[in-house]
Design a binder for this molecule. Structure first.
Ligand SMILES: [Ca+2]
Length: 153
């Protein structure tokens, strides 16, 4: 039986989950991982609020996604959330800007061997690349689904 605190935490969790996965921009969509998307040039485009849904099919698989910021987005905060199965946290992700410039970010939530929720400040008219791949620290399940969600505040 749930005590009062657990119920409260559960309620907060459900609200956060709903915010992350449903109250995004009206045009947000699910974007399935489509091979081949293993490099900069084959990266799949996302808009804020989209939910990329995919699998790391092999140890060498890379899934590239990107978003482009607009002219008025400079100084805004982007969050990037990567969810994998807790028992097989098989994916890590890196974030870079344009053709590979590093992006300093703050870890909001730490997963197994990798951050799962980060935030960073964006520049206007820039391309941010997100690369999901197998962690070298953990095993992975080629059938496990990951969810990747960029959001701009
Ligand atoms: Ca891929």
């Amino acid at each position: 039986m749930l005590n009062k605190l657990s119920k409260k935490l559960l309620a907060v969790g459900i609200i956060v989950f709903s915010l992350v996965f449903s109250s995004q921009a009206a045009f947000a969509a699910n974007v399935p991982d489509q091979e081949y998307n293993d490099d900069y040039y084959s990266a799949q485009k996302l808009v804020y609020g989209d939910l990329a849904v995919g699998k790391i099919n092999s140890a060498n698989d890379r899934d590239w996604f990107y978003v482009e910021t607009g002219a008025n987005d400079g100084g805004r905060e982007m969050t990037l959330f990567l969810q994998t199965k807790p028992e097989s946290s098989h994916s890590i992700f890196v974030i870079n800007k344009n053709f590979g410039e590093p992006v300093p970010y703050t870890v909001l939530s730490q997963g197994v061997g990798n951050p799962e929720w980060v935030s960073f400040r964006v520049e206007a008219n820039a391309r941010y690349n997100f690369i999901v791949f197998k962690s070298s620290l953990t095993g992975y399940d080629p059938n496990a689904t990951y969810y990747l969600n960029p959001w701009l505040f």
